[in-house]
Design a protein around this ligand. Structure first.
Ligand code: ADP
Ligand code: ZN
Length: 747
């Protein structure tokens, strides 16, 4: 967990139980790239308190902001504008204001940008019209001075039989013009009344399908229960299929029984479909869901549901952390080790780490669930900052899969009549056996498209993206070459742009489409499906795919890591990893850790029911510690080695890193600015600055990139150092500096 205290806006920390009356000076934080709130005056006949959502004018437009506390007083009252109006939405709870301040202070991201994530659903557009229904006012035609015509009679008859939300709906049903209905409303025969809309959230029944727990699970649940009523962090560490979800669902039930809300954070939306099904099965109703694919209405509804306490359980991606929960009682972070919890664009923050802070601010428990804890979490358990609850065995008859390696140096793929092959003979045999017994196989390769590189056979020219330091990836499905970094895509050129040779391009290396091509050639009768994030980006398509797998409409899945996590497919008994070494190359301090986690997760898809599972890892380096750990199942040794390496290098979690990424369209300006920044770098004991150096992706979306890395001892908070450092150098307007505290990617 991050330990440094917020350095931003200490003086503007919200004060609980304060109110400001007409004419008072208040600080309003705006959802813009600003660090501090601006002062405004409270309008007449209005009382405002911290957390209230207001509209204020900024320049010539109206913006939605939040009352942050008493005014700062740096502008004279005469110059201040008055708040335009208070919005009729629940105020942001005090704990959320404190949390936003803390996150801003820790991540060095503008507080306003973080507020923006918190109020986006209520920021845009006007409040939706309240639900209405049309009723007879009780006054007759005569009372209202209108003649009784057949059309009017029809309206009254329709209204007696049914209820209608609008004049148009009523007119349609009675087969008359809408003007006739409006005439009756104007005359007073009918009136429009506001109705309270039915809650959009399902009722949850904690007794709906209570699970009968077995051995370890029972003690795990009691251990979690004992920790439910205070702030603490618990690692729920159990092998895949051990029942972690069943166990934390009991903690959810207990929290609901106390009348409190629960937030479940999942690393990506691909996981929500299955989580929703599990929750619905357990509680007889669906949880509220939060992710970027929701429409505005849904988002607003969920925001209000969280604020009013109607949304009892929210399952969501990262930004659900900033919902204004009225009475949050428990946070669960599922697959806590996932790098996807780190948001890298826009506001840069790590949702798992910030979830721990949110729990602390709210004095509530948090559970981190995973089969492969991150090294950060392991160290926090060892130092007793976090508690640990273990589930060492798979549930029921399910056994851990048998893992073996295929040494690609000794057992290379044989060339097929369709060209190069990627599956070694022993892998081919394993797939055949699986198909013969009517079971399913997953061929896993973490690479989208057909081939990651296309080059000219004549001159060796590689097709690369015009705006990024990246090769173009061929996608045969769409017939295009794509950049996976900026979205650039083009039709393959007819001739080589470098030597003009015609028909000279050759694909190099496999993506999932190419492996699927091989599978189709080898097993023409098998039902094969490729699965990747670009074809599987909505909960509905994921749900369909899951149904297809469960119902046996697929024999061989060829997929990237979208399928690696969380899912439970009883018929899937073989997992073949096409390239287990992928991900181990390149400079990333967590390369081994991540590859281990990923392969462990993928392996965990095999044999989750009665049928035993098998995992084959194709590798060129069977002695690599990652392969050895997977083979032996001895994670302890692997983790101990990782810890030693990181400790020796004082790399996280034994030291702290903060990356500064400078970027701009003009390379010379970026280089110049990064040299200036390096020259002004802080100097002292316990920290050092590495760089500047061109980033691994020296060009990204047309911007040139250079990096600096501040490395500090664990007990030195980098925030103040970085703030002062950036304050010493004036950046040219064309150069942007992004600060990434605790970076997870180094490209
Ligand atoms: P994990 O989250 O650790 O991967 P799950 O909670 O998904 O494990 O459990 C794996 C499978 O075993 C699921 O299908 C789950 O419903 C089932 N299961 C686990 N524990 C029980 C139990 N006590 N009773 C019935 N089914 C269980
Ligand atoms: Zn690109």
């Amino acid at each position: 967990m991050p330990t440094s205290q917020s350095t931003a806006s200490i003086d503007t920390l919200p004060v609980a139980l304060v109110e400001f009356s007409a004419g008072a000076r208040i600080a309003v934080l705006l959802p813009l790239p600003v660090n501090t709130p601006y002062d405004y005056l409270v309008p007449d006949d209005c009382v405002l308190a911290p957390g209230d959502v207001v509209e204020v004018s900024v320049g010539r437009r109206i913006e939605t902001g939040v009352v942050w506390g008493a005014g700062l007083g740096d502008v004279s009252s005469a110059k201040l504008k008055t708040v335009v109006r208070k919005l009729e939405v629940p105020a942001l709870p005090d704990v959320l204001l404190r949390f936003i301040d803390w996150v801003a202070g820790y991540t060095l991201q503008p507080a306003g940008q973080i507020l923006r994530m918190a109020i986006n659903p209520i920021r845009r557009g006007s409040a939706p019209k309240p639900a209405t229904t049309i009723v007879a006012s009780g006054r007759s035609f005569e009372d209202c001075n209108v003649k009784a015509t057949p059309a009017r009679e029809k309206i009254i008859a329709a209204l007696a039989a049914d209820s209608f939300p609008s004049a148009a709906a009523l007119a349609k049903k009675s087969n008359v013009g809408a003007g006739v209905v409006r005439g009756l409303i104007d005359a007073g025969v009918l009136s429009v009344v506001e109705t309270t809309a039915a809650s959009p959230f399902d009722k949850l029944d904690i007794y709906h399908a209570k699970t009968v727990l077995e051995g370890d699970q029972t003690s795990a649940v009691s251990a979690l229960f004992a920790r439910l009523n205070a702030f603490n962090v618990t690692l729920l560490d159990g092998v895949t299929g051990s029942g972690k979800t069943e166990v934390y669902l009991e903690a959810v039930a207990e929290t609901l029984a106390q009348g409190k809300q629960v937030l479940v954070l999942v690393p990506e939306i691909a996981l929500t479909a299955q989580s929703i099904a599990r929750f619905t099965g357990r509680f007889g109703g669906a949880p509220a869901v939060w992710h970027s694919d929701l429409n505005y209405k849904r988002r607003r509804e969920t925001w209000l549901g969280a604020a009013q306490g109607d949304a009892k359980v929210v399952i969501g991606a990262r930004s659900a952390l900033f919902l204004p929960f009225q009475n949050l009682g428990l946070i669960i972070v599922d697959e806590e080790h996932e790098a996807a919890f780190k948001q890298e664009d826009g506001v840069i923050y790590h949702a798992r780490d910030m979830a721990v802070v949110r729990a602390r601010e709210g004095q509530i428990p948090i559970i981190l669930s995973t089969a492969t804890p991150s090294l950060e979490t392991v160290m926090n358990v060892r130092s007793k900052r976090y508690g640990e609850v273990k589930l060492p065995r798979r549930f029921g008859a399910a056994q851990m899969p048998a893992i073996s390696v295929v040494d690609m140096r000794k057992d290379p793929p044989e060339k097929g009549r369709w060209g190069r092959a990627w599956l070694a003979p022993s892998m081919v045999k394993a797939v055949e056996d699986t198909l013969a017994s009517g079971e399913q196989a997953l061929l896993f390769l973490n690479r989208r498209g057909y081939a990651p590189l296309t080059l000219c056979r004549c001159c060796g020219h590689r097709l690369s993206c015009p705006s990024c330091t990246a090769w173009l990836v061929e996608h045969r499905k769409t017939g295009r070459l794509q950049c996976h970094h900026c979205g650039y895509n083009a039709r393959p050129p007819k001739t080589c742009p470098s030597c003009d040779a015609a028909e000279s391009f050759v694909p190099c290396g496999p993506g999932i489409e190419r492996v699927a091509e091989e599978a189709a050639a080898r097993w023409p009768d098998a039902k094969i499906r490729t699965v990747a994030s670009d074809t599987l980006d909505r909960p509905s398509s994921i749900a369909e795919l899951i149904a297809d797998i469960l119902d046996g409409r697929i024999d061989i899945l060829v997929g990237t890591q979208v399928l690696a996590k969380g899912h439970h497919f009883p018929g899937l008994t073989l997992v073949g990893v096409v390239d287990a070494d992928l991900g181990l190359s390149g400079w990333d301090l967590r390369a081994a850790e991540r590859t281990h986690q990923l392969l462990h997760q993928v392996a965990g898809r095999a044999g989750r029911a009665e049928k035993p599972g098998r995992v084959l890892l194709q590798t060129h380096d069977p002695n690599h510690p990652v392969m050895q750990a997977l083979l032996s199942g001895d994670d302890e040794t692997f983790i101990a080695n990782e810890i030693d390496t990181r400790q020796a290098l004082t790399m996280p979690p034994f030291g702290r890193l903060t990356a500064l990424i400078l970027s701009g369209p003009d390379e010379a300006a970026v280089i110049n600015a990064s040299r200036q920044l390096a020259a002004a770098a802080p100097r002292g004991d316990g920290f050092e600055v590495l760089g500047p150096a061109p980033a691994f992706m020296a060009l990204l979306r047309g911007r040139h990139r250079h990096r600096l890395l501040l490395k500090t001892r664990r007990n030195i908070a980098p925030q103040l150092l970085v703030k002062e450092w950036l304050g010493r150098v004036k950046m040219p307007p064309s150069v942007r500096v992004q600060v990434d505290v605790d970076p997870y990617s180094f490209y």
